[in-house]
Design a protein around this ligand. Structure first.
Ligand SMILES: Cc1cc2nc3c(=O)[nH]c(=O)nc-3n(C[C@H](O)[C@H](O)[C@H](O)COP(=O)(O)OP(=O)(O)OC[C@H]3O[C@@H](n4cnc5c(N)ncnc54)[C@H](O)[C@@H]3O)c2cc1C
Length: 531
């Protein structure tokens, strides 16, 4: 058997990948491949916290209710119940791993719980305003010292290896996954990884948009790989735009957490007038889609570059204690949040759709799982409730771990090596940079917060042209990390546009000027590739 042979191959080192590895490592030999350093990914960037019904006056059923309301009729009730009921255990598991959450001696839980838009109660447990960093740092220590877990950094997965690609594998059997081709970026070599079970934990696809709160890793790789391998993909039209990303020429993708509005931050026009009460009775605490659309509306109507989020009326000590990261970053850029409002714009933040899975993270292919932001479990419906995504990573990773631990170990076939016999080195890398920029710009302009059929058609036409060029590049030249990411971004953009065109209504995060009404029956948009 080849050297890169593991019980479980996990693609991605975010919260979903790490949680699964730690739950499974008692039973299985695990390899995590990750395309940058192990702490890359959105998980380390999460600020606000994790939603869980922890206090005596809260309950999983109340958490379910809030999630269903935000999800605008499209949440899967069973999965929502499953995740919210397992939330408290997931938090206690993190505490056992050494995660330190912000405490509050006056609360019966011992922890400070904050409130975010769409939640009817304070239920967000957090670690200051850098929850993701605190969680990932604690887990990484456990991962790095675990004898059954190997982490390979700077390894980017290219594609899954499935049974239909093997000429001597019996056709009658249900299609299954045997591993993946992975580019070792430092050695510039494509390796074949064989595994009993393979897990897509690659995060979301928000990099498809020009403005995003996400790290560079969010290029939709797992969604695109799952799609190319034959998995169903659902609800990609529901891209959550975070209403408040810092607007500053020298700051890239810096999020101003929802918790700032939760603690009393007010959205204002440049003249100091509040505008949210005109858009929704919940004002600044309305769900994200409503706030993002209201900001988009005010900016377009008045030709503004940004609006302002003002929390300077709160005591300076309170702000420094609750928002140390935001306070420090803004101050570095010359904005003192204790004295002045913060300039903000909306930006692509979260991919609600993804690879269709059941409540164990199982996809349509045998021995292939998808967890975290890559997956579509049905929790988020048409709009994710704030702080439900880290929770979904935790609960589904554990559920997938239980399922994988119980899978039988089968003999694995010899997999063909990556074929590089007909390719040469690329001579025009500029084409990739140009196409990357073009894609993200037209997705922002044509497939953004407010959509029309005409704009979607325009985007679809451009995607087809880009795909042609990229396929030509992919067939003729040696693969590079940039090319692979661009290929995945184009596939993700295509899936977003296709889903958006199939939805003839406005619901949750998808708003179409041509179909402004919401249909009486809520239905998922499910894409199945013709192979
Ligand atoms: C700024 C910000 C703040 C947020 N705040 C919150 C919050 O307060 N609460 C909350 O619940 N959610 C929050 N979210 C959302 C949440 O952080 C993400 O949904 C969640 O972390 C996703 O975790 P994940 O493990 O699925 O993916 P990620 O954490 O994104 O990890 C994906 C991993 O896969 C790797 N990868 C990708 N493609 C490949 C490939 N082809 N080969 C190998 N490796 C690959 C990446 O390098 C990365 O390591 C926030 C998101 C952002 C961007």
């Amino acid at each position: 058997m080849p050297n890169n042979n593991f019980d479980t191959l996990i693609i991605g080192s975010g919260l979903a990948g790490f949680t699964l590895a730690l739950h499974l490592a008692r039973h299985k030999k695990i390899c995590i491949v990750t395309k940058q350093s192990a702490d890359s990914g959105a998980s380390s960037w999460a600020q606000g916290g994790i939603a869980a019904a922890l206090s005596d006056n809260d309950s999983p059923s109340q958490h379910v209710q809030d999630t269903l309301i935000a999800g605008a009729g499209l949440c899967d009730k069973e999965i929502t119940q499953f995740i919210t009921e397992n939330a408290a255990d997931a938090i206690h598991w993190l505490i056992d791993q050494g995660v330190i959450f912000t405490s509050d001696k006056t609360s019966e839980t011992g922890y400070h719980l904050t409130k975010e838009g769409g939640h009817s109660i304070r239920r967000i447990i957090h670690s200051g305003d850098a929850t993701g960093k605190a969680v990932q740092q604690a887990l990484i220590q456990k991962i790095q010292t675990h004898p059954n877990i190997l982490v390979l950094e700077h390894h980017i997965a290219i594609d899954l290896i499935t049974s239909d690609k093997l000429s001597d594998y019996p056709r009658a059997q249900h299609k299954r996954c045997f591993g993946a081709y992975v580019l070792d970026k430092k050695q510039d070599k494509v390796l074949t990884f064989t595994a009993q079970n393979t897990v897509l934990a690659t995060g979301g696809a928000s990099k498809v948009y020009l403005y995003t709160t996400n790290p560079d890793t969010a290029t939709g790789d797992g969604i695109a790989m799952g799609w190319r391998a034959g998995c169903r993909i659902a609800n990609m039209e529901f891209i959550q735009f975070h209403p408040t990303c810092l607007y500053h020429p020298h700051a890239k993708s810096f999020l101003i957490s929802e918790a700032v509005r939760g603690e009393g931050g007010l959205l204002k026009l440049p003249n100091g007038d509040r505008f949210m009460p005109r858009h929704d009775e919940r004002a600044e605490l309305a769900p994200r889609d409503i706030v993002a659309r209201a900001i988009d509306f005010e900016m377009k109507k008045r030709g503004l570059d940004c609006v302002y989020l003002d929390i300077s009326h709160k005591p300076a000590d309170f702000l420094k204690e609750h928002f140390p990261t935001i306070y420090a970053r803004c101050l570095e850029l010359g904005i003192d949040i204790t004295r002045e409002p913060i300039p903000v714009v909306p930006a692509a933040h979260y991919t609600c759709g993804g690879v269709v899975t059941d409540k164990h993270g199982k996809t349509d292919l045998d021995n292939l799982y998808a967890i975290g932001e890559t997956a579509h479990t049905g929790l988020h419906g048409a709009n994710r409730l704030a702080s439900n995504s880290l929770l979904e990573c935790l609960v589904l990773a554990q559920a997938a771990g239980i399922d994988i631990a119980n899978q039988p170990m089968n003999g694995l076939p010899q997999l063909p090596d990556w074929d590089e016999s007909r390719v040469t080195d690329a001579d025009e890398e500029i084409v990739i940079a140009h196409n990357w920029d073009e894609l993200r710009r037209f997705m922002w302009n044509y497939v953004g917060i407010v959509r029309t059929t005409k704009r979607l058609q325009r985007a679809q036409h451009r995607i087809a042209l880009l795909r042609e060029e990229i396929n030509e590049y992919y067939t003729n030249f040696r693969v590079t990390s940039d090319l692979l990411e661009l290929r995945n971004l184009v596939d993700s953009a295509d899936l977003i546009v296709r889903c958006a065109m199939l939805r003839h209504e406005s619901r949750g995060l998808h708003y179409s000027k041509d179909y402004p009404d919401t249909l009486p029956v809520a239905q998922d948009t499910i894409l199945q590739r013709e192979i």
